[in-house]
Design a protein around this ligand. Sequence first.
Ligand code: FAD
Length: 418
Amino acid sequence: MGREKVDVLIIGAGPSGSVAASYLHNNGFTVKVVEKNKFPRFVIGESLIPRCMDHFEAVGLIDCLKEKGFEVKTGARFLQGPKACEFDFSKKHTDGWNWTWQVPRAEFDKTLTDELERRGIDIDFEKEVTAVEFSEDGSSATTILDIDGNSSQIEAKYIIDSSGFGRVLPRLLGLDKPSEIPKHSSIFTHVEDVRRPEGWEGHRITFDIVSRETWLWVIPFSNGYTSIGYVGPTNYLESFKGNNEDKLREMMKLSSHYLDRFEGLPYAFEPKMIKNIAKSVTKLYGDGFVLTGNSAEFLDPVFSSGVTFATESAHLAAKMIAKELKGETVDWETDYSQHMLDGVNVFSTYVKEWYTGNLQKIFFTDSENPVIKSQICAVLAGYVWDQTNPFVKNHHRLVRTVAHITDMEKEAAATSFK
Ligand code: FAD
């Protein structure tokens, strides 16, 4: 039997693979998506940020998502003991979407792949990419294994690796590099939220900061379940005794805000633990391939940027491949790698400054500045390429400077009371 030939092979059918597949199919290219799992499948990454709505809209995937009635997310609340800091996306510095969703990803991702299949895009579920060979002209032969162990090959002019934590090409081509982000791990599950409070309180997404490096997420879904999970230093999470359920139940006691709401409720599944979350790579593209989404880079879940980076990179990579396959010249270094790294670097500053405590000082200050808040809000909404935002343009120093001023104001206030 001859090898199947396509223009573009996409590894993985998460949001990144789906956005890329949709764009290329809409533009007349032959696309094949190879997906290891059967959908729906569980994956973490449930709190979206508004920037990803631009990508779903651009590739024609927003309407199928809107029909599902996912829980609408219009901002995010951070708690630290008695203090609260609430962001409202409608008050952000940068123009763009003011809302998004908080979603059970199994259903969300299945909605995307159902729509792709409805439009005639070929998705091979339960097939795993195990090897790739590149020719000198950049074209490739990819080996696929089905669940019975049968192997087949696909020839493609381009490969988009959207395999998320599968990290197929970084593993096969030796592209992994250690991340600069602190070693954090996470433990999480879903709960039927039978004690969900009436009104807004029951639906709002919250991050409860129990110590500088350890925090709880509470993400209510429209299906009556809520996602709960902790992120913290790997050795701290491992110090809790017992299995994952014992650990999470013990950790829930750290949250004075949420202990009562979730105590004793059965978990929908044995809590999962992902260790040392942050990932990085030496390069984002090469002859005949590009890495998108989590397969390329993952920082930390604290600002929910994962899916947005996945869709931003997938949309851009698909546009550039389309141009290249039409014979146009493209500059992968400037227009892809540099663009993605610019965004990653902004978020990286916010993640690092979160864990140094500087950003937490700004969030939980007693003297909130609405201009600063709207600029930080735009970053949290994922609009990290807007150079009119000083908190994007000067991200390296501005967070630190404002944190320092916050400290000085606090000191001055304390002195004036003496
Ligand atoms: P995925 O959604 O992971 O999809 C990759 C697909 O590739 C999978 O379906 C997999 O089965 C398939 N695959 C893997 N290997 C192979 C193979 N060999 N062959 C074929 N297919 C393969 N992001 C957010 O936006 N918001 C959040 O709140 C958030 N919270 C997070 C919390 C934690 C603890 C962690 C670890 C991550 C979180 N993320 C969050 C990040 C989020 O999980 C990812 O960024 C997002 O899922 C990336 O999408 P993707 O399309 O790149 O990959």
